[in-house]
Ligand binder design. Structure first.
Ligand SMILES: [Ca+2]
Ligand SMILES: [Ca+2]
Ligand SMILES: [Ca+2]
Ligand SMILES: [Ca+2]
Length: 439
């Protein structure tokens, strides 16, 4: 933004590089007009008269300017030359006013339509006189200057858009150059850019999306200071599952940042898309619950714009859930059992417990096959009193086949309950598996 120094002496304002000094564009001060006359005087006699006539023509032009100035007068809102005299402006209402006489400043005050959520406010200066380079300054309700802008060209209209959380603002309108006068029309309006969920700027004001899936949440970040908070409950409760977050349809000017908090307000993760306009996907493994998601503009590259948020469970776990403890072991009944398709979605928490009954003292064999590439199986076999045997498969993706003959403390018998626990050997192990148990 070009800063204009109002302290400059008036004479420096009309340097040759300034458009006001281009020939014929502006009325000249009287002494320069006189010089023109003198130039005419130095000409030849007969032609001097003509030159004089030309001078008159010039005067006619000045008269035209004078006529235009004659139409200008102080506007009906005067006096409003100080903040305490500000004219109250209703939104979306044309205020036709003038900067007149030279040096006039016009103060206005307006209240935004948004009261407790972010929106953008447009200050529009239209119908600007051709001699006027309009300059505005915006102040908060305490009179602190927030920002400003000038049209940059005489006669140009000015549109100034500012982000606002709502409130009262003072506006100062004046000529950028102290000798200029002219008319303008002021109109202030809310652009109504925020989403239907605003205000949701704090965790307490989170928009409640209910139980997942939450699809087609069309949000807008209006200011880099705005936060969009959403509350949701996972579809899974107790069962470990992936919850997938997608932010798509991101505006070119916005780099989205997503943070997740648990019901107590503790931070779970914080991710950003990496570039303005880029989509963001993140998955969380959780046994379920109530969460708070916060969407903002990424702090290191502030921007604003629209986005779409989708949150859903992936239903990745198996049909035997919840079976994460011995007491919730899935009951497979009496041997034999086969084609049990399990899934470890997350080793830290997702334990898969099953129980079955042997029918005799004949040994039984557990065969775990079709093991996922990211899963090394850790298998524990227990009887009712708690005697146990634990074994790992050789490596990720490997089958694990073991006979009760190889279990020192486990022995089958008629109508005897045996528990097995399947999990990943290490904390980042996950994947599908299949098993059968036969005598
Ligand atoms: Ca005024
Ligand atoms: Ca918003
Ligand atoms: Ca499982
Ligand atoms: Ca489980």
């Amino acid at each position: 933004m070009v800063k204009h120094d109002k302290e400059q002496p008036a004479k420096t304002k009309c340097q040759p590089e300034h458009e006001c000094c281009q020939p014929g564009e502006k009325e000249l001060p009287d002494d320069e007009a006189g010089d023109t006359g003198n130039t005419g005087d130095t000409g030849d006699t007969g032609d001097t008269g003509n030159t004089g006539d030309t001078g008159d023509t010039g005067d006619t032009g000045n008269t035209g300017n004078t006529g235009e100035e004659d139409e200008l007068s102080a506007d009906e809102y005067e006096p409003n030359d100080s903040r305490s005299e500000s004219t109250q402006v209703a939104l979306e209402t044309d205020i036709e006013a003038t900067i007149y006489p030279a040096g006039d400043v016009d103060f206005y005050v307006f209240d935004t339509e948004n009261t407790d959520y972010w929106d953008k406010i447009e200050i529009l200066i239209n119908n600007v006189s051709e001699d006027l380079d309009v300059e505005i300054k915006v102040y908060d309700e305490d009179g602190v200057e927030l920002s400003g802008q000038h049209a940059g060209t005489r006669g140009a209209n000015l549109s100034y858009v500012m982000e606002s959380p709502g409130g009262t603002y003072f506006l100062r309108v004046e000529s950028r150059w102290s000798n200029d006068v002219g008319a303008y029309t002021l109109n202030v309006k809310n652009l109504h850019l925020n989403d239907e969920y605003a205000p949701n700027d704090t965790r307490n004001d989170s928009t409640d999306l209910g139980i997942l899936p939450a699809e087609d949440v069309n949000g807008v970040i209006v200011s880099s200071e705005e936060e969009d908070w959403y509350k949701f409950k996972t579809e899974n409760d107790v069962i470990f599952d992936y919850v997938q977050f997608d932010i798509t349809d991101v505006a070119d000017g916005l780099e989205a940042s997503l943070s997740l908090y648990n019901a107590d307000g503790n931070d779970i993760f914080s991710v950003n898309s990496g570039a303005k306009g880029a989509n963001l996907r993140h998955t969380l493994v959780t046994p379920g619950g109530i969460f708070y998601a916060r969407v903002t503009s990424y702090w290191s590259d502030p921007g604003t714009g629209e986005y779409k948020l989708e949150i859903k469970n992936l239903h990745a776990n198996d049909e035997y859930e919840p079976n994460d403890t011995r007491s919730t072991a899935y009951d497979l009944g009496t041997l034999p059992v086969s084609d049990i398709n399990g899934m470890i979605v997350w080793t830290t928490g997702d334990e898969d417990w099953f129980k079955f009954k042997t029918t005799s003292s004949d040994p039984f064999t557990i065969s775990i096959t079709d093991v996922g590439e990211e899963l090394q199986v850790n298998l524990r076999i227990e009887d009712e009193p708690g005697n146990s045997h634990t074994v790992n498969s050789g490596n990720k993706g490997a089958d694990l086949i073991i006979s009760s003959n190889d279990m020192t403390y486990i022995s089958p018998d008629n109508d005897k309950t045996i528990y097995i626990r399947i999990q990943g050997r290490y904390s980042n192990h996950r994947g599908a598996y299949k098993f059968s148990v036969t005598h």
